[in-house]
Design a protein around this ligand. Structure first.
Ligand code: BJW
Ligand code: ZN
Length: 258
């Protein structure tokens, strides 16, 4: 697929910006083979994310919820960052103040070399106690499927944010401040329906940022954006890097032209 054309005024805005925020969602990892949540292939055993990613689901059936996370941990161990992740890692080296705010728990931005990532919804590799919150490393059910427990007696769970739970306070505060002070705010690969994360788009808009959406599909918030780039992030972001002369590792990550 050829990249959509990137408007010159957007390139000018990006090259003069002091502060750029990229706010990412599951779509940025789609080209790595990680299913998004709200697409038909995002269902797991016919369950929707809203039925699995809740404290109530874990308390009622921890084994089922762990099976889902075990499946996803295994899948993520087999996937690699894609050119979209690498492009954002390059931007971190070129923009005076670059902030990467992600809703993803897959760690692919980190593996692409991005630094100082704000992980709003946690990280799938980490675990913690559901009762006392104590970190529990990377543990999960053992080979026989026995579920792990904390010394306090509470069940161990993935260290991610489920529906009805608050986001990690410090991470949220930093993300909010960065959105508030962005010159350019790019929303990449998110359906923009999950709050409070999706509210950062409006925070940036009200503070006067130029808003850019990178997504092959329209979203509920598309009308808010100044620039809409309809294409996969693994194509669009490296194309922006190429035009700005920021492409370094992204070139290596992309397949060589035939
Ligand atoms: C591509 C592509 C390609 C495809 N390139 N793009 C205010 C208003 C309304 C509701 C609420 C509100 N405040 C709170 C709520 C409730 C709730 C909520 O938002 N519900 C809505 C769904 C209605 N929010 C919460 O409960 C949050 N907590 C909270 O608010 O605390 C305060 C509070 C506490 C107690 C009581 C009341 C308030 C917590 C939300 C936690 C979300 N957690 C999950 C799971 C994380 C762990 C895990 O991964 O297992 O986070 S749910 C899931 O959705 C995950 C994601 O991070 C999140 C967002 O999904 P995302 O990334 O946008 O993915 P998709 O699949 O939706 O979209 C993918 C997009 O990619 C699509 O647009 C494609 O087109 C695109 N795409 N290929 C670029 N190649
Ligand atoms: Zn505990």
């Amino acid at each position: 697929m050829p990249p959509p054309s990137i408007p010159d005024p957007l390139i000018a805005r990006l090259s003069s910006a002091s502060s750029v925020v990229a706010f990412t969602g599951a779509g940025v990892s789609a080209e790595s083979g990680v299913p998004t949540f709200r697409s038909p292939d995002g269902l797991w055993n016919n369950f929707r994310v809203e039925e699995l990613a809740t404290p109530q689901a874990f308390e009622a059936n921890p084994r089922r919820v762990w099976e889902w996370y075990h499946h996803r941990r295994t899948l993520m161990g087999e996937t690699q960052p894609n050119p979209g992740h690498y492009a954002l890692a390059e931007w971190g080296e070129h923009v005076r103040k670059f902030s990467l705010i992600t809703q993803n728990v897959d760690g692919l931005h980190h593996r692409a070399g991005s630094q100082g990532i704000h992980e709003l919804h946690g990280n799938i590799l980490r675990s913690k106690c559901h009762t006392c919150g104590k970190p529990a490393g990377e543990i999960g059910p053992d080979k026989e499927g026995k579920l792990p427990y904390c010394p306090c007696g509470g069940p161990i769970r993935p260290d991610v944010v489920w529906f009805g739970e608050t986001l990690p306070a410090k991470v949220w505060e930093r993300a909010w401040n960065d959105a508030r002070s962005a010159d350019v705010f790019l929303s990449v690969g998110t359906s923009s329906v999950v709050y409070p994360a999706a509210g950062l788009i409006e925070v940036a808009k009200l503070a006067g940022a130029t808003l850019v959406e990178v997504n092959p599909e329209e979203t509920e918030q598309s009308d808010l954006f100044d620039f809409v780039l309809r294409g996969p992030s693994g194509i669009v972001l490296p194309e922006i890097s190429r035009i700005l002369g920021w492409a370094t590792r992204g070139d290596k990550a992309r397949p060589a032209p035939r």
